[in-house]
Write a protein that binds this ligand. Structure first.
Ligand SMILES: [Zn+2]
Length: 384
């Protein structure tokens, strides 16, 4: 437990970093996000580069002014999009390699044998050295993308990523990396690490601003590669470190993998876990020594009508909630729970009123932030 100092104030760690992909936490205005006790946000370099473009953000006085968020901010490096728009899209996979995270329907190549052909199970080691994703090209110097907005070709490498992030102007920025897919074999990941490490050097050399720059550790599920990457990146002159990529076949393995990396990184510098933060992961993440972690779970689920509560996940779309004249969570003291009831929120969802999404997003963020605070307290009291 500690503090992270930034040019826009101090963040008490460990803490969740809500995701503001397009310079907004979807459905909420910045003032409301602050009221959920959120301390720091992460915006997305790739999407902001495409729209509105970093020049517009820079002209507005930087991202803080642009979105009227006065607290600390991070931007990722666009390295995650190398995965999500590349092999992640081709294979329909997420960051965990377990079967329930893999959606074969999203893999067109599998249906070539006709509608009745048996689906092959996706296994790790399907992606080998030399293989390229369908819609982007990974080169030793960077990545050629196709804009998902208009199909334009664009190139982002370490220099470009840093330049864009400097213009956006967050307090903490990340080095450009290749986030490797869970289906990549050992040799692919080993080769990819060479790129990520080379790009880390270029990022350090390119940065001209006073923004904090975090290096990213990759290495997928392979212990020796994770350790190699943590040692290599950990020795460099970064202000902090991101832990990215795949985290194994289940949550337990994830804890182990994060621990390998954290143990290798310099103790005095902050560590950020990229893109992981289910409620059930948090204790493990925090205990492993991670300071900050970003995750779309509270906001993403909220927009599907799901509230996180002390009684578990509630799907407010279900008609039974129309008969429940009680708050989302009776133990919650957020302004939504103090002022609105399940019946009303359920009605708004069924009537497709957008305010429903806003109310649940607010509650979920508050709930997640409190959840982290509770874990901190338990650690302090020696209960876990
Ligand atoms: Zn609440």
């Amino acid at each position: 437990m500690g503090v992270l100092e930034t040019s826009h104030g101090v963040v008490e760690t460990p803490c969740l970093v809500p995701v503001a992909t397009q310079a907004v936490v979807k459905t909420l205005e910045s003032k409301e996000v602050e009221q959920t006790k959120s301390q720091i946000l992460i915006a997305n370099t790739f999407w902001l580069h495409l729209r509105p473009g970093e020049k517009i953000v820079d002209k507005a006085g930087g991202i803080h002014k642009f979105m009227n968020w006065k607290k600390p901010l991070m931007t990722d490096s666009a390295g995650y999009q190398v995965f999500s728009l590349g092999f992640g899209k081709d294979f329909g996979v997420g960051k965990f390699s377990s079967a329930n995270q893999i959606f074969p329907a999203a893999r067109p190549a599998l249906s070539q044998g006709g509608a009745h052909s048996p689906r092959k199970n996706l296994l790790a080691d399907e992606i080998r050295v030399g293989q390229q994703p369908k819609s982007l090209k990974i080169t030793p110097d960077g990545v050629f993308f196709r804009s998902p907005i208009n199909g334009d070709e664009l190139f982002i490498g370490p220099k470009e990523s840093i330049k864009i992030q400097e213009k956006i102007g967050a307090d903490i920025i990340f080095a450009f990396d290749e986030c490797t897919p869970p289906l990549a074999d050992y040799n692919y990941v080993k080769k990819s690490l060479e790129k990520t490490h080379k790009w880390a050097k270029t990022c350090l050399k390119s940065k001209k601003t006073k923004q904090s720059l975090y290096g990213i550790v990759q290495g997928s599920r392979f212990k020796d590669l994770r350790l190699e990457s943590a040692k290599f990146i950990g020795k460099m002159d970064f202000d902090g470190f991101g832990i990215g990529g795949e985290f194994g076949k289940d949550k337990k393995t994830m804890g182990q993998m994060v621990q390998w990396v954290v143990d290798e990184l310099p103790e005095k510098k902050p560590r950020h876990l990229l893109g992981v933060g289910y409620l059930e992961d948090m204790e493990l993440i925090i205990k492993s020594g991670v300071d900050t972690f970003d995750c779309t779970v509270p906001t993403h689920y909220a927009r599907r009508g799901i509230a996180f509560t002390s009684e578990g996940k509630l799907n407010l779309n279900q008609i039974k909630f129309l008969k429940k004249n009680e708050p989302l969570d009776k133990n919650c003291t957020c302004s939504v729970c103090l002022n609105y009831k399940k019946d009303y929120i359920c009605h708004l969802l069924r009537a497709k009123e957008i305010t429903a999404l806003k109310l649940i997003t607010f509650h979920n963020l508050w709930y997640f932030n409190n959840f982290v605070d509770d874990i901190k307290l338990k650690i302090k009291e020696g209960k876990i």
